[in-house]
Design a binder for this molecule. Structure first.
Ligand code: SAH
Length: 347
């Protein structure tokens, strides 16, 4: 269905950017992936850290409570999760911090979610916490000292791709081939070649660079708020700290890689996150950042092994195995431990 809609668009108005293609695939109001699908879990297309282990949300909760204490325990704080999926992270985080004196009373919880389907799911699992507000855009969240969490949000935001050729940079576009089928090709020109040259002076010919304007727009709003109101933000996702200079656009269906142009809107589509771009932009805005940490280092520093041991005390043998495997999946360098990165922002 989306294949036809996109093909018609291209036939009428010419090739589209990878960003427009991703926006169609993920957010078309009728057939977009996030509008129609619950993507998570064993029966879904992919799974995320909070869906794998409760320890993840609990440790993020400890991080948030600690940041709140560092802020001087303000009596009111705007607590935002952007892209909350099934609401699992928020549930685990709130359960994990219920004994921190004064913390829950201080929280004004705001969920930023564009998918109506996932918003309904989040509402149904968070009924124990009345007063949570939902928004489609971060700009609609009220001002105030800020704590913000975003896990696997940025990978789902549309990217543009540029390729360095012998005759300069070209944008990778989606058009129609002679058989009128969707096919990738390169644009004849790129309007801001100089900028790409300046930011990637050492990129060899053939390099592919990915740029995520929507990610930077969301980051702009986060850093603007941090500077004006103080607080901290935590961004976690799969991505890189130095550009791989290759294509990271990927489709996943039933936990397996899938061709990006097959089943558009029925498969998840995402790209690895350029953490160096997020860090550079934040610093330019006057917000301080942590180093770009592998998820493994962050979770070990937050005490994942201690938390696991505490859970194991009350576990039977099969739970013991399950809990251990799940927690280790988050930190194993062969699994999510190093592919996933963490960036903390403070102001
Ligand atoms: N954080 C969750 C879900 C990750 S999937 C987890 O870790 O399990 C990406 C989430 O971001 C989904 O909830 C999706 O609907 C949401 N999303 C995608 N684009 C968004 C945008 N522009 N603003 C807010 N949420 C968005």
């Amino acid at each position: 269905m989306l294949n036809d809609i996109i093909s018609r668009h291209i036939a009428q108005s010419g090739p589209i950017s990878i960003a427009q293609f991703m926006a169609y695939a993920l957010s078309h109001p009728e057939f977009g992936y996030y509008q129609t699908t619950d993507p998570f879990g064993g029966k879904g297309d992919f799974t995320t850290a909070p869906e794998i282990s409760q320890v993840f949300g609990e440790l993020i909760g400890i991080w948030c409570a600690h940041q709140w204490q560092q802020m001087g325990c303000p009596s009111s704080v705007i607590f935002v999760e952007v892209g909350p999926g099934r609401g699992t992270l928020m549930q685990d985080l709130l359960r994990g911090t219920r004994h921190v004196p004064g913390f829950h009373t201080a929280l004004n919880i705001h969920m930023v979610e564009t998918s109506p389907l996932l918003k309904t799911m989040q509402q149904s699992v968070l009924t124990a916490y009345p007063g949570i507000c939902w928004h489609e855009n971060l700009v609609d969240v009220p001002d105030g000292p800020l704590l913000l969490v975003a896990n696997e949000l940025f990978d789902a935001l549309p990217i543009h791709q540029y390729v360095k050729t012998g005759t300069g940079w070209r944008e990778r576009l989606l058009g129609l081939n002679k058989e009128r089928k969707l096919a990738y090709h390169l644009s004849p020109v790129v309007p801001f070649e100089e900028e790409l040259d300046l930011s990637h002076p050492d990129a060899p010919e053939g390099s592919l660079v990915e740029v995520c304007p929507m990610g930077l727009a969301i980051l702009h709003e986060i850093t603007r708020r941090l500077k004006a109101q103080h607080g901290a933000a935590l961004i976690i996702d799969y991505g890189y700290d130095t550009p791989p200079y290759s294509n990271t656009l990927q489709a996943l269906k039933f936990h397996k890689h899938h061709p990006t142009l097959a089943d558009i809107g029925d498969a998840d589509i995402s790209a690895h996150v350029d953490f160096s771009a997020l860090q550079t932009y934040s610093l330019k805005q006057g917000v301080s950042t942590s180093a770009i940490l592998p998820q493994r280092n962050f979770l070990l520093a937050m005490g994942i092994e201690h938390r696991l041991q505490a859970l194991l005390k009350n576990a039977n043998e099969s739970q013991h195995q399950e809990l251990t495997t799940a927690a280790h999946r988050l930190i194993d360098p062969q699994q999510m431990g190093t592919l996933f990165k963490v960036l903390e922002l403070h102001a």
